[in-house]
Ligand binder design. Structure first.
Ligand code: GLN
Length: 183
């Protein structure tokens, strides 16, 4: 049972992608939902909004505990929320942590600079979408999972994985396959 944090963002698309790979997936909005999940996907959207909603819904501590103990995948805003530090974050913005990386919000450009590109995984390349995407500016002790023009665009620290891009928009499956393998 894979939870997809359903406070904001591409929730349905991630659920479909996980189901197409044979997993059971459902939206997570409450503490009870989170307890039922054996892994969690944090979708892209707006990291400031997702963190505010996580505080308002009383989920912030439970998500931090989840990230410390179970497999989590964050994409785009999800990567920002899983980082240990985010350049351009609001001064009161809460992060979940879990990935030993620092990111810079919107470093791949604003909405009008959105683009699709082939990113390189160890298993081959895949087309994905970058939308107001964050860049990994300090990779710390994290492992590189995918690159774009030699720069890390998907990273992993143990059970926690994050990507700058949206795989669900182009239907790219590698990231979700790697995530499901870690569960
Ligand atoms: N720029 C957004 C943020 O800071 C992330 C964009 C996205 O998830 N597509 O949260």
């Amino acid at each position: 049972m894979i939870g997809v944090l359903a406070l904001q963002g591409d929730v349905r698309e991630h659920i479909s992608l996980l189901e197409s790979l044979g997993a059971n997936a459902f939206g997570v909005k409450t503490l009870e939902d989170l307890e039922a999940a054996s892994g969690l996907v944090i979708p892209g959207g707006e990291s400031t909004t997702i963190s505010k909603l996580a505080v308002n819904f009383g989920l912030i501590d439970a998500i931090r505990n989840f990230v410390a103990t179970k497999p989590v995948l964050g994409t785009c805003a999800g990567l920002i929320l899983l980082s240990k530090g985010a350049i351009g974050a609001l001064s009161d913005q809460q992060l979940f942590g879990g990935l030993d990386v620092t990111v810079e919000r919107n470093a791949y450009g604003g909405q009008t600079h959105s683009f699709e590109a082939e990113v390189e995984f160890a298993t081959g390349s895949e087309r994905v979408a970058f939308i107001r995407a964050p860049k990994v500016v300090d990779i710390g002790s994290a492992e590189v999972v995918a690159t774009l023009e030699g720069e890390p665009v998907a990273v992993r620290s143990g059970r926690v994985m994050g990507a700058s891009f949206h795989p669900e928009i182009t239907g790219a499956t590698t990231l979700h396959k790697l995530f499901l393998e870690s569960i």
